[in-house]
Design a protein. Structure first.
Length: 401
């Protein structure tokens, strides 16, 4: 497994932009949702395109990703993709690939991985030599490829349908290697986040707009409302917090299938007046800046880009010790880590940060520094370019490793 140094691009031996080759890429994402993976697809394609590397996105028609690509002026090719063995989608992918002639096809979902690999096989069987792009597949989830895969097909897919796999954390890379993926096919490249925009609303006004009492401390979380995000444990932790003169409030930003369950659990605990599920928000910056503590109670997490956003906002973080999160949050250095699914431990850590604002601020500052140095969009772009250069045979640096 090859791990790109988490350091500034200048320390990695990258050539100046003017001295490097230009790489053309197509980024394929099959999801119709807007979650972390779709955001990362857009951020990478946008960063490459703005740096002079022609990039386009293939995604489902009328999806949030298509809409955002058009808003950013990024080339986008809407393709219906119903399953990972959708032959009609494969034919359409082949058409787009032949039209655009990319050097690299980057698959950002597991289904995209299959479709891109099959499309490339179709091109190899019936196309000219120069239309045989490399395929890179992203792996964002911290569990075995066999958990939801198909016997025989899944191992073949991960060994044969992509030239390289990008793991978003070292933990994800270790899981791939343990599943039998050759180590030299795996490259660890963490996700990156841009600088947070200036909040559109002051914390006081933001609380008023979302029905959050203006008195009392505020903890919060951002993420899709799905079971693996563990928000129910955060709601339960709220009931275990130390009693204060003004009750501590909880706000959860996001939408998803767990909303009804979360609402019901808050009612069962008698704290529904302190739990605020405010849905999807475009202005996440204002939400984060209104918080006293950011909590990320995931049961599974490849890396956790919402944590990176919270660190950008200088919020102290409590997060689960799962997946790639410990690579970002170091215990009592950049925040607090707790065992997943343990509301009482989560409450203890939240109370510690709320009770010691000075120490919490120190963690937040260290976390922001780590985020800016290691998890920027620029670092992500440069690490991807380093891999493209290796694949295309232009990186003398790589041959010396």
């Amino acid at each position: 497994m090859l791990v790109d140094e988490l350091a500034s691009p200048s320390k990695r031996g990258f050539l100046p932009m003017s001295d490097r080759s230009t790489y053309s890429t197509l980024h394929v994402n099959t999801s119709r949702d807007w979650r972390g993976g779709e955001r990362q697809t857009l951020l990478l394609a946008e960063a490459l395109h703005s740096a002079g590397h022609p990039s386009g996105v293939i995604c489902p028609p009328n999806s949030p990703l298509e809409e955002r690509c058009r808003q950013q002026g990024l080339p986008v090719f809407p393709v219906p993709m119903k399953s990972e063995v959708d032959l009609a989608a494969c034919r359409k992918l082949i058409q787009v690939i032949r039209q655009e002639s990319p050097q690299i096809i980057q698959a950002h979902t597991a289904h995209a991985h299959t479709l891109c690999g099959l499309a490339r096989l179709g091109i190899r069987w019936g196309g000219p030599q120069h239309l045989r792009p490399a395929v890179i597949a992203q792996r964002r989830v911290p569990f075995s490829i066999h958990r939801s895969g198909t016997p025989f097909f899944t191992p073949w897919k991960y060994r044969r349908l992509a030239d390289h796999l990008i793991a978003v954390s070292q933990q994800v890379g270790r899981i791939l290697e343990g599943d039998g993926v050759p180590a030299d096919q795996i490259r660890v490249i963490p996700d990156g986040v841009p600088a947070l925009p200036t909040p559109e609303t002051s914390p006081t006004l933001w609380r008023q707009q979302h029905g959050v009492p203006d008195k009392g401390l505020l903890i919060g979380s951002v993420g899709h409302l799905s079971q693996e995000k563990g928000h129910v444990h955060l709601i339960e932790a709220l009931s275990h917090l130390r009693i204060r003169e003004q009750p501590t409030q909880l706000v959860i930003v996001g939408e998803g299938t767990e909303r009804a369950h979360l609402t019901r659990r808050a009612q069962e605990l008698g704290i529904s007046d302190r739990v605020h599920l405010i849905g999807f928000q475009k202005d996440v910056s204002s939400a984060l800046h209104a918080l006293d503590v950011y909590a990320h109670p995931s049961l599974e997490e490849g890396l956790g880009t919402s944590i990176l956003d919270a660190l950008q906002a200088l919020r102290p973080v409590v997060a689960s010790r799962v997946g790639g999160i410990p690579e970002v949050i170091e215990q009592m250095v950049t925040g607090h880590l707790v065992s997943p699914g343990d509301p009482e431990a989560l409450a203890v850590s939240i109370d510690e940060l709320l009770d010691d604002p000075e120490k919490a601020a120190g963690y937040a500052q260290a976390g922001q520094k780590r985020c800016l140095e290691n998890y920027s969009v620029e670092a992500m772009r440069e690490a991807n370019l380093h891999l493209y250069s290796h694949i295309c045979g232009n990186n003398s640096d790589e041959s010396e490793r």
